[in-house]
Design a protein around this ligand. Sequence first.
Ligand code: SF4
Length: 110
Amino acid sequence: MKIAMLNCLNANQVCTGAGCLRAFNSRTKHFAEYGDIPLELVAMARCNGCGKGIDEGFREKLDRIVSEGSEVCHLGVCTRHGEEKKECRTITEAAAYLEERGVRIVRGTH
Ligand code: SF4
């Protein structure tokens, strides 16, 4: 099964991707649902930053997630400037864009 991840660029400032990859490789946290199903990580993308919305480059990334055959896209934790943890509008719109193209969305990685 082909899996993609989409994470917040703010989080990326302190993120190596290690937590996501550990959970992916060990089938724990939000990847536990897959059990023994063989998984292939085909994309690990980030948004283009606050205030940019789904610009041309971000749309290109989302289209690549689709064209790589991703069946599921996991969303990383998205926070707005350290405020209450809630999904920002850009990621909500990106998730809807992917869902409209047949990619199932799972909110969470680890
Ligand atoms: S809060 Fe939203 S737009 Fe800002 S960096 Fe995170 S995911 Fe991207």
